[in-house]
Design a protein around this ligand. Structure first.
Ligand SMILES: [Zn+2]
Length: 461
């Protein structure tokens, strides 16, 4: 009987395999368009916290409790990669963008040059040569490290006025983000005039951007970085990352030869540097919303590769369990907190609700507090201002003392059950996920200098 079942099972497998084999077609390996969405500082821990947080929290954006990122990863090709530079284990955004864009080892602080400082052609410059339209979109400033690593060449990311001129003189069709001051001040007072001469339509708010229907567009929507996503409702004149990305795709996709677009969600990194989990998660929602649009576009177009990754990891937030002393244990129990394992706090689900309720950075609240008359600068006042930013009461246990900003953040993370490895970048391995034609190229373990070649193979350069 067993033998018979075995025989039937084998026959079933053979029949299934052969009919499956007839149906399977060679996967499409070439794409006409490519969109590269970079979550600055978005390490796997941050991605995991975001996806798990969406699952375990009630958020109006996610009625089915699943992020776009999670759905995207489930239907795409994941790979892991290193980001070490020519001679350092840890990178900054400049070295990382340069290595991703040029395919060669470079150094922190370098933009579009190799480790000896020699300019190297970037993926976007190659795409222009191949007759494609290219663009960069960011919600920090356009002359910042990530966008400029794809279009400029200099040995220091601090040369923002020089980088701004290089961006204007690059062959890009779309440049959208913040950083107006680098195009209007110091030696660049006439740069926007020059840009208009070169055929750029220059826009400075969402309305003007919406009106652009063709041609080259240089959009500069803030003097420096654009508002944090959690604060966006206060700035209706400023386009969101998703809105800028939609306009970029609308304009670039008019080229019959295709396009390459780099989009940076830049403030994930900024919020992670501050070790403020809530605003970091809101920047992840910002990326998620943009990814939702791009993924829909890619599914409809059928010939667009979408690749999502990070330049490096920042902050590295994780929940951890804590052994509580008797007093804290009683205190927590008194609050009705769920406790397991006796005196151990394993951090219960509502902590995610607290984190997602926290939209506004304490980094901005603290200086406001310090501007108050001396007699008003009390621990109670600071707690109440913090509660305002955090969308509800989170007891920071200030115990009548006014801490400095760094100490305040330690109180915050203690209250949220979080620890952070650093306020800077880590060397942690990164996750890259590809969808669309050629996605298989991005599987496995690689280095960020392999990425340019992968894109070029998929785009047929
Ligand atoms: Zn970065």
């Amino acid at each position: 009987m067993l033998k018979k079942i075995g025989f039937i099972a084998v026959m079933f497998v053979l029949v299934t395999v052969s009919s499956f084999a007839q149906e399977v077609q060679t996967p499409q390996t070439k794409a006409k368009n490519a969109v590269w969405l970079i979550g600055d500082g978005m390490g796997p821990g941050t991605m995991g916290m975001f996806m798990q947080g969406v699952r375990l929290t009630t958020l109006p954006q996610y009625p089915d409790k699943q992020s776009v990122l999670e759905k995207f990863i489930q239907t795409s090709v994941p790979g892991m990669y290193f980001s070490n530079t020519y001679d350092t284990i840890v990178t900054d955004s400049a070295g990382a963008a340069t290595q991703m864009a040029t395919g060669v080892l470079s150094r922190p602080d370098y933009i579009g040059v190799d480790h000896e400082g020699k300019p190297v052609q970037t993926l976007l410059e190659e795409a222009i040569k191949q007759g494609k339209s290219v663009g960069v979109v960011t919600d920090v400033y356009v002359a910042d490290a990530t966008p400029s690593g794809f279009l400029a060449h200099t040995q220091s990311r601090s040369e923002k006025y020089d980088i701004a001129r290089q961006l204007v003189n690059s062959g890009a069709q779309v440049i959208l983000g913040g950083g107006l001051k680098y195009f209007t001040q110091k030696e660049n007072k006439k740069l926007l005039k020059e840009a208009k001469k070169q055929g750029w339509t220059v826009v400075q708010n969402a309305k003007e951007l919406a009106k652009v229907k063709e041609g080259r567009v240089l959009g500069l929507f803030a003097e420096e970085g654009m508002p944090f996503y959690g604060d966006m409702e206060r700035y209706p004149q400023v386009p969101t990352l998703k809105e800028m990305t939609q306009k970029a795709v609308e304009l670039l996709s008019q080229n019959k030869n295709g396009f390459v677009l780099v989009v940076e969600a830049g403030k994930i990194d900024w919020a992670l540097h501050d070790n403020e989990a809530g605003p970091s998660m809101w920047e992840m929602i910002n990326l998620d919303e943009t990814l939702g649009y791009l993924w829909t576009f890619a599914r409809q177009s059928g010939d667009t590769l979408v690749y999502v990754n990070a330049d490096h990891e920042t902050g590295v937030p994780v929940f951890h369990y804590r052994h509580l002393d008797e007093e804290t244990f009683k205190h927590k129990s008194g609050q009705g907190e769920m406790l397991y394992g006796g005196n151990t706090d394993y951090v219960n689900y509502p902590y995610y609700q607290k984190i997602f309720a926290h939209k506004h950075l304490l980094y901005y609240v603290y200086p406001e507090f310090k501007k108050l008359p001396q007699e008003q600068q009390t621990a109670e006042k600071l707690q109440s201002m913090a509660d305002g930013a955090m969308g509800g009461h989170v007891d920071l246990h200030l115990d009548g003392e006014v801490p400095d900003y760094d100490d305040l953040i330690e109180h915050l993370n203690e209250a949220l059950g979080l620890v952070w490895a650093t306020g800077n970048h880590s060397s942690g391995m990164l996750l890259g996920v590809a969808y669309g034609p050629g996605a298989q190229e991005f599987s496995g373990v690689y280095h960020n200098t392999d990425l340019k070649g992968k894109f070029e193979r998929v785009l047929g350069f």
